[in-house]
Design a protein around this ligand. Structure first.
Ligand SMILES: *Cc1c(COP(=O)(O)O)cnc(C)c1O
Length: 219
């Protein structure tokens, strides 16, 4: 399978209204450009440095999403152009994004990253922390950031029932917070589990290897 066939196959599997974030990490700008030329405008990267290298070489109407852990001291590099930061996992980071967005006269969209996997993961908010942070955001005055939804990753396992249970936990939180203030995006599902995520209510999926092929971290 080549990139064009992969991309077309994924697009054909997505119901109307489900956004595709094409995850291009580790893949060269030529591959990103190829998928862009097929009509894809939304791309995800997980590292600031890699994004900063690719950004100037690619079309300016790409909507870039940061999907990996973000250190507060790196927010300033991406604040001028990033569309959405999907990996917000602390109040400090949220405040920093608003501050840097303000300097650029922009509003940056963010998703709260929530821990739903059984495995020990370093990043992401616990359910209760996410609720508390969202309430603070509603009550607060961060004027240059907008929480538009939630992001989560299920456990890496073949047990589809477990994966679905985890996705449904995030869907439950999404519905709950949505009562307090309207949310738009529920980002869950990757190459191996996006059909299950969609069944469980995801309206945005982050797909990398099923489009671009396997990642080679040795390069
Ligand atoms: C790499 C990555 C993806 C895409 O993973 P694939 O299995 O290649 O589709 C999705 N979400 C996050 C947060 C990632 O880091």
């Amino acid at each position: 399978m080549d990139i064009k066939e992969n991309y077309t196959a994924i697009k054909n599997q997505l119901p109307l209204g489900v956004q595709l974030v094409a995850v291009s990490k580790t893949h060269p700008v030529e591959a990103v450009q190829q998928v862009y030329n097929l009509g894809q405008k939304v791309f995800g990267e997980n590292k600031v440095q890699e994004l900063m290298e690719k950004y100037p070489l690619l079309p300016k109407d790409i909507e870039w999403h940061l999907i990996g852990h973000l250190q507060t001291n790196k927010v300033k590099y991406i604040a001028p152009f990033i569309d959405t930061i999907q990996s917000v996992d602390s109040e400090k980071l949220l405040a920093e994004i608003s501050k840097e967005a303000g300097k650029n006269n922009r509003i940056i969209k963010v998703l709260l990253q929530v821990k739903i996997a059984a495995e020990e993961t370093k990043f992401g908010l616990e359910i209760d922390e996410a609720k508390a942070l969202f309430q603070k955001y509603i009550d607060g005055k961060l004027s240059n950031v907008e929480i538009t939804g939630l992001m989560g990753m299920a456990t890496f396992t073949d047990d589809e029932e477990q994966v679905k249970r985890e996705f449904l936990v995030l869907k439950g939180l999404f519905d709950e917070l949505n009562q307090l203030k309207t949310l738009k995006t529920l980002s869950m599902g990757m190459s191996d589990d996006f059909p299950a995520a969609i069944e469980c209510g995801a309206n945005s999926v982050r797909v990398g290897s099923a489009i671009f092929g396997r990642r080679d971290y040795s390069k």
